[in-house]
Every structure is written in C-alpha cells, then in structure tokens.
Design a protein. Structure first.
Length: 154
C-alpha cells in the first residue's frame, strides 16, 4: 500500500466510524431527532464530518492524479466522476451534498434548516455513503491489482 492509498484508507476508516455513529443515532424517531437539540446537533455534526472526509478524499485524488483543480467542493465529486473514480451518474447525484453541508454549517448565521426534510432525505439517501466508500475502495483495488500506482506518478 502506498502512502497516498493509506491516506484514502485512513479517511475512509474515519468516515465509516462517523457513519456507524450516525446510523445508531438515526435509530431514534424523527420526532425525537427533531425535538432534541443535542440529538439534532449530533446528527448535523456527524453528517458534516462525513461530507468533510469525502471532500478530503476527493481533493486528495485530484491532487495526486494531477487533475484540473475544481473551483468548488461540489465539483470535486463531478471531477472524480469524469475520471472514472466514481460512477459519473452517482457523482452527479452525490455532489449536492456539499450544499446541504454548507447550509447546516452556516444555518445559525443566515439560513434556516428544515429539520424534517433534512432527516427524511438523510434517511432516504443513507446508502449513498456505502456506495461512495465502495466505489473509492474499488478504484484503489483495481489499480493496486494492475500494478499501477492509482494515485500519482510512480
């Protein structure tokens, strides 16, 4: 395993830990999740940490593969889709997660978040987190098996 692969695996490990913790919290009812400020803040924070880890992984691939640097975090997902690291359609579906993350992070300053809609969409799309991990790991395995350095020049 190369150093750069190790970075991605380490980030995925943290990501998986956040995902498991969030999954456990989401066992609570929607009513409880929305009514309890500490519980909702935990959901927000874990979601943010997961998206931040995904962005870190995306940026790492972009830097190491010397891809064109995207203008924003949204485009880090589409860049990975354009280069076959993520499935293109999936990358387009997942990219708006950055906007959700930004609204949650900044809602205390200027935006109100519809808690019911956020939790509903999070539950409905939770398996996308598994798909992201799977596709990143598959890319790493595919290139490790071929003997190529999947990330960056040799």
């Amino acid at each position: 395993m190369t150093f750069t692969q190790e970075f991605a695996i380490t980030k995925l490990t943290s990501f998986k830990g956040y995902q498991l913790e969030l999954s456990s919290i989401l066992q609570s009812s929607d009513r409880d999740s929305m009514a309890s400020q500490p519980l909702f803040h935990a959901i927000e924070r874990l979601f943010q940490l997961m998206v931040d880890a995904m962005i870190d992984i995306n940026q790492h691939f972009i830097r190491e593969l010397e891809l064109e640097i995207p203008e924003d975090f949204f485009s880090t997902f589409t860049a990975l889709g354009q280069h076959g690291i993520l499935q293109k359609e999936f990358a387009l579906k997942l990219a708006p997660i950055v906007g959700v993350r930004n609204r949650l992070v900044h809602h205390h300053q200027y935006e109100k978040v519809d808690r019911a809609l956020f939790i509903s969409n999070l539950r409905k799309n939770f398996t996308d987190f598994d798909s992201y991990q799977y596709q990143i790991k598959k890319y790493l395995e595919r290139n490790e098996t071929s003997g190529d350095n999947p990330i960056g020049p040799n």
